[in-house]
Ligand binder design. Structure first.
Ligand SMILES: [Zn+2]
Length: 467
């Protein structure tokens, strides 16, 4: 069965056919390291991690590059505000970003280029654009001439004149056209600076991605270029213009964009006090709860972060845990072979069909929940058929593997031993529950949650899991 991907460039769902056999060259715009990453970044990192995992499971040889923008106006401004050097600030933020990735259990990219390591390549690229008549130097800055590139606007689907109405007109007399964008910016005293034929300065943000993607994926046409919807214009439009003007070839075959995240219906911003960093979110919710919340929506849809939805995600995860617990009770210490069953194959196929349809995670999740339900019903039959345990073993194996390998769930180490203190708390909670002292049992449940254990009550008794 073919895989279909919605291509933002053609605005159609298209069959995915990489340029060269099973090799897939994928680039994602990474973070600009001037502040801690927020949960919108968390969604971006995670949804493309799922895409990457799925492509790998489908047998593609994926080469994945996600850059780091470590020179940028925002970094310079933030460093100046806080009296630090840009380098010092970006190094610190890169370290914190790596911590976030690790705690989210999002895999590192195969190559993670930093803009400041590739400036010589950017200078060469800019010079070539000037030589070809697509860019011009104006004082010590260099601009891309958007009117020289006939396809400008093809990704965002707007003509140059429409765009001019949409953007604030920047009356900069150094530009031929207000939409022309900087490829090279001259540096002011005290700003980080690199040598160039146009004097000391730094590259513009857009040219960084064009250079790093083509250089590190060793191609002029990427298979997949991914990023947030907010980057379509001007960032990705400009990446296309700079790259295609240079090479004369399509820059990327498929463009994938994820939808944006709001908090309680509001755009996230520091000034409205609803800015949630990945670190803050992970101090409150385990990574799997955030991931489950992200999976509830298709990657291209907008998503609204609310406490209620996180609680829904918690309940959804508990369905897995309850089944895993039940199965573990039945299967413990038994040497079993998996036994096929029609319902397992059916839901596994539904899962694959959903993922093949533009990575439709809500539908794929629904298939997993149907598998959980039917496995629970199957367990309830409680037959003494010799295949009975083998089917349960197989169903749980499928759920664990799809959850782990495609969705990146259940990755946290869960083999730590229960201390006698934790066992004591679990026993006391159970006793309180049995004595119908719900106030005490709820209090102990919260205490256990604080110590990294989630407790659930099921038909077969109290179950727990590490969170
Ligand atoms: Zn980019």
């Amino acid at each position: 069965m073919p895989l279909f991907i919605y291509n933002s460039l053609s605005k159609k769902k298209e069959e995915f056919v990489p340029l060269q056999g099973k090799t897939v060259k994928m680039y994602t715009c990474g973070v600009t390291v001037y502040d801690r990453c927020h949960i919108g970044h968390g969604r971006s990192l995670y949804v493309f991690d799922v895409v990457r995992r799925y492509l790998k499971c489908r047998g593609y040889d994926l080469q994945f590059v996600r850059n780091i923008t470590d020179v940028d106006d925002k970094i310079i401004a933030r460093a100046q505000e806080t009296g630090r050097s840009s380098k010092d600030l970006s190094e610190e933020q890169i370290r914190l970003y790596h911590e976030d990735l690790k705690r989210l259990d999002v895999a590192p990219a195969d190559v993670e280029p930093r803009a400041t390591d590739d400036i010589a390549d950017m200078v060469t690229h800019i010079q070539a654009l000037i030589d070809k008549g697509y860019a011009y130097a104006s004082d010590a800055d260099v601009y891309f001439d958007v009117r020289a590139f006939k396809d400008y606007g093809k990704l965002s689907g707007q003509g140059i004149d429409q765009m001019q109405e949409a953007v604030r007109i920047d009356k900069d007399s150094r530009k031929k056209d207000p939409l022309d964008f900087a490829l090279w910016k001259s540096s002011k005293p005290g700003e980080p600076t690199w040598e160039s034929p146009w004097g000391g300065g730094r590259p513009g943000w857009h040219i960084e991605c064009s250079c790093m993607s083509m250089k590190h994926l060793r191609t002029q046409t990427l298979d997949i270029h991914a990023g947030g919807r907010d980057l379509i214009f001007p960032h990705h439009e400009n990446e296309i213009a700079q790259s295609e003007a240079l090479t004369g070839k399509p820059f990327a075959k498929y463009w994938i964009h994820h939808g944006l995240l709001t908090i309680n219906g509001q755009k996230m911003s520091k000034s409205s006090g609803n800015f949630i960093t990945i670190q803050q979110a992970l101090s409150k919710y385990p990574a799997d709860e955030l991931k489950m919340f992200f999976l509830f929506s298709h990657y291209s849809s907008p998503i609204d972060f609310t406490e209620d939805k996180i609680l829904e995600a918690r309940k959804a995860l508990a369905k897995f845990d309850v089944l895993f617990y039940r199965a573990a009770q039945l299967l413990q210490n038994k040497d079993l072979e998996p036994v096929q069953a029609g319902f397992i194959t059916k839901y596994k196929n539904e899962f694959t069909a959903a993922m093949d349809d533009d990575f439709n995670t809500p539908k794929a999740l629904a298939a997993l929940f149907s598998l959980i339900n039917d496995t629970n019903l199957f367990i309830d039959q409680n037959t003494d058929d010799s295949a009975y345990l083998g089917v349960i073993y197989h169903a749980v194996d499928v759920l664990e593997n799809l959850g782990r390998n495609i969705f990146g769930l259940f990755l946290k180490e869960k083999t730590q031993e229960l201390t006698s203190e934790l066992q004591g708390l679990l026993d006391r909670r159970l006793a309180a529950k049995q004595a119908k002292d719900f106030q005490l049992s709820d209090k102990i449940r919260e205490e256990l949650r604080g110590k990294g254990i989630a407790v659930e009550d099921t038909k077969s008794g109290q179950t727990w899991r590490w969170i």
